[in-house]
Design a protein around this ligand. Structure first.
Ligand code: EPU
Length: 419
């Protein structure tokens, strides 16, 4: 089990080029198995989740290589329709493949992803939508089999009870080659959905309305290959900004998506950090002690405050002047990092979906363990701002979502090493 040894207390300073987005790369890799032709994905981040997705594609019969920031995927000859249990367990986002597998092969077998470190992760919305589009679904002791009549889905009018990112993506993946028109109401509006749609449009798909609450997809007969650059990772961006805000110093983030990060930046700038924005760059300077955030920080679907940035911002606010209040509305168990932060001297009280963070003067290094991806990143943020040395285990969680993390932190002057 690898660990990070982090010595806090240094100011951070430097420039970073932001990695490609994990949550964009995964559904786009899944979308590459539809239709014909080779997809060349630039800025595909080197992450364990991306390698898991690549293993799923290869298992299903696609040719897939990921190297030097480029994924090349050719679905020619892919007729596999089962995702084995072990691959399903490796990555909860494997659920992202079911729309594409069904769309390509007319059937799909997979196991229920069950719960995960963020709490229960039901897939009822995914399955209800697939049913509406013509899938017969049976559950044999946790192995789910979906089958389309005549191997083809038909368009449908689907209103999601909640704007689920994954369910919206699976509907799009099945609808692009379905018979007729699909209308998704109350669709998720996350920027990664727009990136998926822009990739599919380059391949010949007919999709309108992504980024809004209603998406209309008209099925086409063919999709062809294309080249696409994965959008920047707004959550990794939020992590490096929070890190610099907490430790003090200055950072220039390049290859960012400023507009898409606005729900996070508009909160972060209330801490008193100076933030300047250009189209694809963000400059942040943090000098004096951070100020707490006055209004409750409520995680919400985009364009609300992103749940994936809750932990990293909290790690910065634990040393702010005054009290901040978080309300986590997306996941049941997304405050597990607070145990480690409290061990480092933070004062966080969790009551259900609310966490009250009373700013303390300083944190101190401790032996702690990452229990999920963003929570783990938050612990690094806190460790860099703390006095003394932190030993952080469980860093395989961080490898799922941050490309060359310790290299990036070291570039900024942070003292971190993997042992
Ligand atoms: N939900 C249901 N039923 C469903 C689907 C979702 O009840 O059929 C619930 C979930 O349990 C959750 C809420 O709806 O409470 C939101 O889930 P959503 O489907 O929107 O999330 P997701 O697609 O599973 C993606 C990201 C997450 C991110 C969420 C919310 C990927 C691969 N994952 O998950 O990213 O937190 O959207 O924005 O895109 C991360 O990167 O650390 C991460 C967890």
């Amino acid at each position: 089990m690898q660990k990070y040894i982090i010595t806090g207390g240094s100011r951070l300073s430097g420039e970073l080029t932001l990695q490609g987005s994990k949550n964009s790369a995964l559904p786009i890799m899944s979308a590459a198995m539809l239709g014909d032709g080779e997809s060349v994905l630039k800025r595909c981040p080197a992450l364990t989740d991306v390698y898991s997705a690549s293993r799923i594609l290869s298992y299903l019969g696609c040719k897939c290589t990921v190297a030097d920031g480029t994924a090349i995927i050719d679905p020619a000859g892919s007729s596999g329709y089962e995702i084995p249990d072990d691959l399903m367990r490796e990555m909860r986002s494997s659920i992202m493949f079911i729309g594409a597998i069904l769309g390509r092969n007319g059937e799909c077998t997979f196991s229920t992803p069950g719960g995960c470190e963020l709490g229960p992760r039901p897939i009822d919305m995914h399955l209800a939508a697939l049913r509406k589009m013509g899938a017969d679904i049976s559950d044999n002791g946790g192995r789910i089999h979906c089958r389309l009549n005549k191997r083809k889905a038909h368009g449908a009018k689907i209103t999601l009870p909640f704007p689920s990112v994954g369910a919206t993506e699976n509907i799009i993946l099945l609808a692009v080659c379905a018979e007729g028109e699909t209308i998704v109401n109350n669709a998720a509006r996350e920027p990664e959905i727009c990136d998926l749609c822009s990739f599919l449009r380059k391949r010949g798909a007919d999709i309108k309305g992504d980024g809004e609450s209603t998406i209309v997809i008209s099925g086409v007969d063919k999709l062809h290959g294309c080249e696409h650059t994965i959008m920047p990772d707004r959550i990794a961006g939020a992590t490096y900004l929070s890190m610099t805000a907490a430790a003090g110093g200055e950072i220039i983030l390049k290859n960012t998506c400023t507009a898409e990060m606005e729900p996070f930046i508009s909160v972060l700038e209330q801490t008193g950090c100076r933030i300047y924005l250009a189209e694809d760059r963000i400059y942040l300077r943090s000098g004096a002690r951070l100020r707490a955030i006055r209004d409750r920080i409520r995680t919400m679907p985009h364009p609300g405050f992103p749940t994936d940035s809750q932990a990293v911002l909290m790690a910065a606010l634990v040393i702010a002047e005054g009290a901040s209040v978080f309300e986590e509305n997306l996941f049941d168990c997304r405050y597990r990092h607070t145990v480690a932060l409290n061990k480092m001297g933070a004062d966080i009280v969790v009551m259900g979906k609310v966490a009250v963070v009373r700013g303390v003067e300083r944190l101190k290094g401790a032996d702690i363990e990452a229990t999920d991806l963003r929570g783990g990143a938050a612990m690094v943020v806190a460790a860099l701002a703390a006095e003394g040395t932190t030993c952080l285990s469980g860093i395989s969680h961080i490898d799922r979502g941050y490309e060359k993390f310790e290299e990036a932190v070291s570039t900024l002057g942070g003292k971190i090493r993997r042992v």
